[in-house]
Each structure stands twice: as C-alpha cells, then as structure tokens.
Write a protein that binds this ligand. Structure first.
Ligand SMILES: Cc1cc2nc3c(=O)[nH]c(=O)nc-3n(C[C@H](O)[C@H](O)[C@H](O)COP(=O)(O)O)c2cc1C
Length: 388
C-alpha cells in the first residue's frame, strides 16, 4: 500500500502508523509532500518501511527506481495521513503538482483512505467540508478525524488525526478478507414519516447513521448492498444501491421489491408503528378545542419476513427507553429473528452508541463504540450464522 503524508503537525503520527502497518504485514511505500518533509524526514519512513520513499516528482533517480505511475499501478490502497486541508483541495481539483498528489490522481478514488487532520476551525470550514463530501462521492473512504485536544493545546474539537491504531484497523478492513464478497444484503435506515396532511407528519429523531454505517461496513466487506432509507440528511454511501422512501408503507413495499436473492436483511430503520388512519388531501385547518387523532398499525415488516417459510437471515433493532434486554429478547422470539441489536433510544442521532446484540442461539455481546465499529461487530455475528 501507498502511504501519502501531508504537511500537517500530525505527520509525526504517520510514522507510528507506518510502523503498525508494516508490523501487520503490509508492504508500505511512502510518498511525502514537500510540506510534509518540513515536519518529518523521508529517512524515518525509509527506515520504518524498508522501501524507497518518494519525495520529488522531478527526481530522475526516483522516477527510474519507482516512478509515480508505477507506484500508482502497484498500490492496492492509498492511505493519506494526515490529509491536510490543502491536500484535500488539491485532490478534489485533480492537481498533480507533487509526487503524492500526482500518484494519487492515477489511483481510483475508491482505493483512497483519507485521514484528515487539521485545526477544528479549518475542519469546520465550508471549503473543507465540501471538498471532503465530493471526494466521498467519488468513492474515497474516510477515517476520523477524532475529537480531542489539538496540537495548540488551547484548542479542542474535531480535527485530530485518528489514532494510528484506528487508522491501521480501517486499513485492515479495506485490505483484509472480503468475507461478504458478492453476498446480496438489504439494510434499512432512518425514520419514516406518517402524514396527517400534506405538511404534517408523525415521526422520530432517527438520523439514519446506524443503517448507513451498516451499509458502508457491508460494502467494504464485499457485499452487494441495497440501502432503503427514510428521510435523512446523510450523504449517499458510494458503491451502494440506495432507495429513498418516506412512510412505513413505502418502506415495506420497497423491501418486498428488493428482496430477490437477498441473504441478509438488517432492519435498522426506526419504522413508525402507527400512522394516522386518515390523510387529509389538503392542509387541516385550525379548529377550536381538543382534537382526537385515530392511529392504525403500519405493516410489521420484520414479523412478516420472519413468518415466511423461506426467509433471509434476519437482524432487527430494538430501541428502548426501559427494560432494554428483556424487551429485545421478547422481540427476537416473537418476530423469529436471528439477531437483535438492542440500543438505548437516547443514542438517536449520536456518532457513538452502546448496544447489546442477542442471538436466537443464546449469543450475547455487549459493545460500545462508533456506529461503524458496531456495524462491523453486527456483520461479524451475521457471518458466523450465514449458511455457506
Ligand atoms: C506548524 C504548522 C502546522 C500545520 N498543521 C496543519 C494541519 O494539522 N493540517 C493542515 O491541514 N494544515 C496544517 N498546516 C498548513 C500546511 O502545512 C500547509 O497548508 C501546506 O501547504 C500543506 O501542504 P500539503 O498539503 O501539500 O502537504 C500547518 C502549518 C504549520 C506551519
């Protein structure tokens, strides 16, 4: 793999990252931007990786030993750590004005793993956020940044380079075995909206993050992912077939339409259990006094799937405010699920979460971490139960 080092204060952490990657068995070649060389020495990377280090696009000697195009053809993955604000901008524009940027430009963005690191105000800037969004849309993967103390010590916020261990784990997932290669899976995400009239609805604060993380993790493990999502503000997950729905009924219909050949269904969507019995064609006018709304049940998608004689492996979610495990266990049995992920309803919209995963075979795992890490834990448990 290629390690492109940008010129940020966190460049010193790229040394430790290189060491961990080599230790894990990767063949690592480094390319340093001119700015990176003001922070760390190419010699450090040469010693850590045992490979030539690319530092100069116009060096006749380096071009002969391993030219930048040969380097891009060779790399299975390109880690950019730290990905500076400047480097992100250059990658978005397709600039090729140093050896790191020129090599990266000749590698498909889906093979890029970007580890941004910068001051929290730079990170929050519209330019950086837009550049990163576009790079993601082109297929680039992103790890971090972490939240915490900045190099300046007086600043705290998102922008710290992800820890070397976290970056190495992300590399391992991308380069590691694709244990779901070609397996069709279906994931649902986000809330549903149940309309009273054209402008009012019943819903919940689900952000869709958990479902999107599940889709991203499955894609990285080689699965063919269909993601059916209620309304969310999250950017689309590249490499995933995405279907947008609004109501529980639309969600049920979309699941049914995309079920062909699917081997695993993970229902992370926070589907409304009830909808208004009547939907007014026009906005309902304000009236005096109390009003009563009649609600009717929406279709129970999971229970419907679980009741079929032949069905995919089923994973449900239970968001509860009390008796978390007890309620989840009951749902697991009642709906004939293989696994259920029980989480505190308070985690709605958060990056991190704490869950208990229960299996119908009696398995129990209590985990906490980022939604992406939890998503991988869910897929690990699915893989163990998926018939070959
Ligand atoms: C002490 C110091 C620390 C810096 N740290 C960062 C940083 O953490 N992230 C960042 O995006 N830029 C940082 N910069 C600015 C970059 O070095 C500058 O934008 C440079 O042009 C980046 O070049 P490159 O992206 O080609 O490596 C820092 C600059 C200095 C002087």
């Amino acid at each position: 793999m290629l390690l492109c080092v940008g010129g940020g204060i966190a460049a010193y952490k790229a040394c430790e990252t290189a060491r961990l990657l080599v230790k894990a068995g990767a063949q690592v070649r480094a390319a340093l931007t001119p700015a990176a060389q003001k922070f760390v020495s190419p010699l450090t990377f040469q010693a850590l990786t045992g490979e030539h280090v690319a530092t100069d696009l116009f060096s006749a000697e380096q071009e002969l030993a391993a030219g930048h195009i040969a380097l891009s053809d060779w790399a299975e993955l390109a880690l950019v750590a730290p990905a500076t604000a400047n480097l992100l901008a250059r990658l978005r524009l397709g600039q090729a004005d140093d050896v790191a940027a020129a090599t990266l430009l000749a590698i498909e963005p889906r093979k890029w793993l970007l580890a941004p690191a910068m001051n929290e105000k730079m990170w929050a800037s519209a330019a950086v956020q837009e550049n990163l969004r576009i790079l993601r849309e082109r297929g680039a993967r992103v790890v971090g940044p972490a939240v915490g103390e900045m190099a300046e010590r007086t600043h705290v916020g998102p922008g710290r380079l992800a820890e070397p261990e976290v970056i190495a784990a992300a590399v391992e997932v991308l380069l590691g075995p694709h244990d779901f290669e070609g397996v069709p899976v279906l994931v649902t995400a986000g809330p549903t909206r149940e309309a009273f009239d054209p402008v009012r609805f019943l819903s919940n604060p689900s952000s869709g993050r958990m479902g999107f993380a599940l889709a991203e993790a499955a894609r990285d493990r080689g699965a063919q992912v269909t993601l059916i999502s209620g309304p969310t503000e999250l950017p689309p997950v590249s490499g995933v077939k995405q279907v947008g729905v609004v109501s529980a009924e639309e969600l049920a219909k979309a699941v049914d339409e995309h079920l062909d050949g699917v081997r695993v269904v993970v229902m992370a969507a926070a589907v409304a259990d009830q909808r208004p019995a009547d939907r007014a064609p026009q906005k309902i006018k304000k009236k005096e006094g109390e009003e009563v709304v009649r609600l009717v049940r929406t279709p129970d998608i999971l229970a419907g799937l679980g009741a079929r004689p032949q069905h995919p492996l089923l994973v449900g979610f239970a968001a509860e405010t009390e008796n978390l495990e007890e309620n989840a266990r009951e749902k697991l049995a009642k709906k004939n699920l293989d696994l259920i992920v029980a989480n505190d309803a308070g985690a709605f919209g958060q990056e991190q979460s704490r869950v208990v995963i229960l299996g119908k075979d009696g398995a129990r795992a209590e985990l906490s971490g980022s939604k992406l890490a939890l998503a991988h834990a869910v897929w690990n448990m699915v893989r163990e139960r998926l018939p070959r």
